[in-house]
Design a protein around this ligand. Structure first.
Ligand code: AP5
Length: 215
């Protein structure tokens, strides 16, 4: 099964993608995680991406397209995948179509998360993540056992650089302008499935099962 998750910042894409990967054995590909990792390591990709991410702007299409096109040629793509944060623009969606067709693959569904803005802000302001293993927590909804430290490796948790109120506002603006039009793009292809992204992560996963006919 090959899936795309669409949704604004804080919609729960990463949370649900990890669950889908664990339950169904799908590869979880997060362009945000790939770019943050590159930025942390100071690679040429990271040096290019970091200033844009810090402004809440998108990294150029050709850069992220290249990452996904390469990944699709690798062995993990064959087991099925969930794309989290890609595509984010029309040119990215068109590049993905082309790359999938070249690889003889197709999309099964595009899940679009609908979440009220107030909930998005609460989720993002409370998010903390582990810089070592990437585990994601929420200070209220999903706190670690020891406040401020990762349950898995004991590392001190951090807040993402782009999770300030001002940057989230810009990320939301960019989402509405550049990414939200993809709903119509995939709707016309009969692939779009709306998911009510409110409630517990378990409840939302049950909804995902339902819309995919895997209940
Ligand atoms: P990216 O990392 O993809 O960020 P995003 O799309 O803004 O999404 P988030 O990671 O903020 O949110 P999420 O929906 O995954 O929510 P999460 O599950 O963590 O991209 C970052 C940047 O990279 C971009 O701004 C851009 O610069 C660049 N970039 C990436 N991809 C690109 C591309 N294709 N093209 C160009 N540039 C690109 O949940 C949020 C919080 O809520 C967590 O704390 C979680 O624990 C909590 N939570 C989740 N679900 C629930 C629930 N049901 N109830 C209560 N709490 C919940």
């Amino acid at each position: 099964m090959n899936l795309i998750l669409l949704g604004p910042p804080g919609a729960g894409k990463g949370t649900q993608a990890k669950r889908m990967s664990a339950e169904w054995g799908l590869a979880h590909v997060s362009t945000g995680d790939i770019l943050r990792d590159a930025a942390k390591k100071g690679t040429p990709l990271g040096l290019k991406a970091k200033p844009l991410m810090d402004l809440g702007q998108l990294v150029p299409d050709e850069v992220v397209n290249g990452i996904i096109e390469e990944w699709l040629k690798g062995p993990d793509a064959q087991k099925g995948f969930v794309l989290d944060g890609f595509p984010r623009t029309l040119p990215q969606a068109e590049a993905l179509e082309k790359a999938l067709s070249t690889a003889g693959m197709k999309l099964d569904a595009v899940l679009s998360f609908d979440v009220p803005e107030g909930t998005l802000v609460e989720r993002i302001s409370g998010r903390r993540s582990c810089p070592k293993c990437g585990s994601v927590y929420h200070v209220v909804e999903h706190p670690p056992a020891r406040s401020g430290f990762c349950d898995k490796d004991g590392e001190a948790l951090i807040q993402r650089d782009d999770d300030t109120a001002e940057k989230v506002k810009e990320r939301n603006r960019v989402y509405e302008q550049k990414t939200a039009p993809l709903k119509a793009f995939y709707g016309e292809k009969g692939l779009l499935k709306a998911v009510a992204g409110v409630g517990t992560p378990e409840g939302i996963f049950a909804e995902i099962r339902r819309v995919l006919g895997k209940a």
